[in-house]
Every structure is written in C-alpha cells, then in structure tokens.
Write a protein that binds this ligand. Sequence first.
Ligand SMILES: Nc1nc2c(ncn2[C@@H]2O[C@H](COP(=O)(O)OP(=O)(O)OP(=O)(O)O)[C@@H](O)[C@H]2O)c(=O)[nH]1
Ligand SMILES: [Zn+2]
Length: 334
Amino acid sequence: MARGDWRKLDESDVRVRPGKGTRPRSKRRPAHADAVPAMVTAVDRGRWRCAVGSDADRTVTAMRARELGRTPIVVGDRVGLVGDVSGKPDTLARIVRVEERTSVLRRTADDTDPYERVVVANAEQLLIVTSLADPPPRTGFIDRCLVACYTGGLEPVLCLTKADLADPDELLASYSDLAVPAVVTRYDKDPEGLLDRLTGRVSALVGHSGVGKSTLVNRLVPDADLAVGEVSAVGKGRHTSVSAVALPLPGGGWVVDTPGVRSFGLAHVTADDIVGSFPEFAEAAEECPSGCGHLGAPEDPDCALDDVVATGAARPGRLESLRRLLASRAGLDA
Ligand SMILES: Nc1nc2c(ncn2[C@@H]2O[C@H](COP(=O)(O)OP(=O)(O)OP(=O)(O)O)[C@@H](O)[C@H]2O)c(=O)[nH]1
Ligand SMILES: [Zn+2]
C-alpha cells in the first residue's frame, strides 16, 4: 500500500451498514446543503464539542444525527452542523456530515476495547514528545510512532524535551537517515522553534508519562488547563478523562493532546505499507518473494531491498532505518 492510501485503513470506510435498503427514497433527508462546517475538538459520551469554522471562540456542543448511524466521529473530524449552532448554554447542534479524512491516528486495541480505533483525524503532523533523560528516550516508541505516521498520513516531528539534562546529538543522529524534522526543548527556554512548526496547523501530540508533555502543552496553550476543564463538561457534568482533546494555539492552529494513548494501532499495517513510505525501495519491493517481510537475512534472505543499496541507489542507513521500523511494528516495546 503506497503512502497516501492509508484511507484503506479507515474504519469508517469498511463499516458499511447493511439493510435499510427498503426505506423509500422520498423519505430520505435533504442533503443539508446549509450545514455549517466545524471541527470536532472533544468527544464525551455521545456529545461532540465542535469549533464552528475551526474558530476556537465559537464552540458548540452537538449530537450525531440519527442518519449517521454509528459512524465514528473523532477529534479533528471535519463535520457539517445543522440546528442551533449559536453555542448558547443548553443548546445542541446536530452533526449531519463527516468529511473524508486526510489522515488517521489509531490507538492499539486493549483490554477495555478490542478494536483499534481512530483517536485523531486530519492531524497534519504528529509531535512525538520524548525526553532526552529522566526518563531516557525509548527508540522503540519513536519508531512505532513513525510507522503510525507513515501509514496514517501524518508528518512526524520529533520533539526532544529536557535538553538541559542531556545532549540530543546521539538521538538526532539515529534519525537523520529518516530525515525526520526535530525540535529540541527545555522548560527554562521559550519553545519558539516549536511554536513556528505548530502555528496554523493541526498537530497531534503523543508521549509517555513524565516526558514533559503537560509542561509543553501548558507552555504552548496558556489556558490549557481551563480548556481541558471545559471539555470535561461537554457531557453530563461529571468529570471524565477524555481520550483526545484539541486545544487552540494563540497564533492559530490546534494541538491535539492524547492522554492515555501510549501505542498505536499497527496490527493491520503490513511490511509493504511501511516500505511505501520509502520511495527508493518501493519498486524493488515488488521483486521480493511474496510475503517477504523485507527484514533481510536471516528472516528474509531473498529480499530485493539489499540490491538497491548494493547498486548505490540508496544509502545503507536508509535501509537500516527502514528495517528498524519494520521490526518495531511487531514489537511490544511501545
Ligand atoms: N529538567 C527538566 N525537567 C522537566 C522539563 N520539562 C518537564 N520537566 C519535569 O518533568 C516532570 C514531568 O513533566 P510533565 O510535564 O508532568 O510530564 P508529562 O509528560 O505530562 O507526564 P504526565 O503528566 O505523567 O503525563 C516534571 O517534574 C517536570 O517539571 C525540562 O525541560 N527539563
Ligand atoms: Zn523484501
């Protein structure tokens, strides 16, 4: 699967609702040509918080129109709203349309939910927050984030925190062959370079506990705590943990924090999906024996990707990086 074909992974595409074909056409609802565009910023128990026109100052609470059935609607989804979109207290708009997604970030299945669900839609980039020390960086986690990006249609950005504690050079070097953009931060300095990268765009943020993600979010979004509090009130008043929440950046754009998301739904990602993000190897991969995992010897001794390096058409480091990602897909170290 080539990069960009990630839509094939989108659960909303495959979950076609059967039956209902007997309903007379004349009773179908109008196409809602008047629906107002909005972006979903939070989800809580059957209610969606939406920013009308992606304007952080115009948020409304909405329900899902019955005609959408159980269509998944997640943070970042672009939707069409009808009904009361005033956003006044106790009003409720209705989501009548969900636009096709430009990217998807899935979390892994776990004990409480056996499905890999999309947690963030339409994020342009994924900020992979990793501390340089305390806790030490986990490259396995970074690698799995990269696979999630390459197969989900997001641009990865490494965000290396706590630069006051350790030097970033070694870690940066191990990702230089992948050409992943990186920003280095420390809490006693302004995150200027980072703000430049984020402003005006929708970016998802992931990171393990303790890496300094909250510190960063509070820095980027001055009213972050307030905003999260408001989001928790979307539902029926009781405080619940939200799976993801979009917070507006002062200069425009959104960061989508993903509390509780520690690993990604990669179970259905194939080796070829990942190779698809490495243009110089994509053609050679078609020469591989069927079912080749592209890991090279001893697992895949007849893998054709080695030839690409042998002929000088790709740097060895690129293949090493690609193979590290391929190996990480199956790993449990995320
Ligand atoms: N030395 C140093 N410590 C930092 C830096 N950024 C954050 N910390 C500290 O690291 C600890 C964890 O920071 P948090 O922002 O709470 O980390 P988190 O990733 O949000 O972790 P959870 O809240 O558990 O999800 C805190 O004690 C912070 O003060 C930094 O740049 N340098
Ligand atoms: Zn191969």
